[in-house]
Design a protein around this ligand. Structure first.
Ligand code: C5P
Length: 223
C-alpha cells in the first residue's frame, strides 16, 4: 500500500525538469530527478580522470559513491560523497558524456535500485528516460513529454545564454541533442521509449504553466 507515483519521461530538453518540479510542488509530492544521478556519477568519473570506456573502473566508482538529492530553499542540491555538484553536473562536458555512462549495465543496475528504494513508499514525481517503462512500471500516471528538436535546441540555447555557460550555436545544440537522443533510445538496457500506457504531450508552443496544468489535471482525473 503506497502513495501514488507520477512518471515523466522524454528526450533531452523537452522541459522535463522545470515541469516535473512544478507538478511535484502543486501535488505536494516529492520530486525525483534521476538524470541528476547519472550526471553526478559522470562528474565523479570525469573528475577522477577515468576513461569513459573503462567499465571496471566505473563499476568500482558506482559501488563506492553515495549520491544524495537534498531539498533546499533554492531547489534540489545534488551531492556525491562529500561534494556538492549541483552546478557542475550541468556543464557541457558532463552533458556530452553522460549518455555513454548511463548506458553501462552496472551503472543502471545500481542507480535504478536506489531510485526504487527511494520510491518504495510512493508519493513522488520521478523524471527520466525509463521511469514509466522500467523503474516504476506500475506508476499511476505516466507522461511522455516531447517537443521538436528545433524547439528543444532553442530552449537549451536560451538557458545557456542566461546562465552564461558559454557560446554555442543553435546548429551545434541541435546536433548534440539529436546525438544524445539517439544514444539514449538505442542503448541495450532500458532505452528511452514511450511506455504503452503513457500519455504523450507535445510541448511545442506550450508554456511551462500550460504543461504543468495539463499534467496536474490528468492526475486529478485519474484519482
Ligand atoms: O534528464 P537529463 O538530461 O538530466 O539526463 C541526462 C542523461 O542521463 C540522459 O541523457 C540519459 O543518458 C541519462 N538518463 C538515463 N535514465 C534516466 C535519466 C537520465 O539514462 N532515467
Amino acid at each position: 500500500n503506497r502513495q501514488p507515483i507520477v512518471a515523466i519521461d522524454g528526450p533531452a530538453g523537452a522541459g522535463k525538469s522545470t515541469v516535473t518540479r512544478r507538478v511535484a510542488q502543486e501535488l505536494g509530492l516529492i520530486y525525483l530527478d534521476t538524470g541528476a544521478m547519472y550526471r553526478a556519477l559522470t562528474w565523479r568519473v570525469m573528475s577522477a580522470n577515468i576513461d569513459i570506456d573503462d567499465e571496471p573502473a566505473i563499476a568500482e566508482i558506482v559501488s563506492q559513491s553515495e549520491i544524495s538529492l537534498v531539498e533546499s530553499n533554492d531547489g534540489v542540491q545534488v551531492w556525491i560523497d562529500e561534494e556538492e555538484v549541483t552546478k557542475e553536473i550541468r556543464s557541457l562536458e558532463v552533458t556530452a558524456n553522460v549518455s555513454a555512462i548511463a548506458a553501462l549495465a552496472t551503472v543502471r543496475r545500481e542507480l535504478v535500485k536506489q531510485q526504487q528504494r527511494w520510491g518504495a513508499k510512493g508519493g513522488i514525481v520521478a523524471e527520466g528516460r525509463d521511469i514509466g517503462t522500467f523503474v516504476f512500471p506500475d506508476a499511476e500516471l505516466k507522461i511522455f513529454l516531447t517537443a521538436s528538436v528545433e524547439e528543444r535546441a532553442r530552449r537549451r540555447w536560451q538557458d545557456i545564454k542566461e546562465q552564461k555557460q558559454g557560446d554555442m550555436s543553435l546548429e551545434q545544440l541541435e546536433k548534440d541533442i539529436q546525438q544524445r537522443d539517439l544514444r539514449d533510445s538505442t542503448r541495450a538496457i532500458a532505452p528511452l521509449r514511450k511506455a504503452g500506457d503513457a500519455i504523450e504531450i507535445k510541448t511545442d508552443g506550450m508554456s511551462i504553466s500550460e504543461v504543468t496544468e495539463r499534467i496536474v489535471n490528468l492526475y486529478h482525473q485519474k484519482g
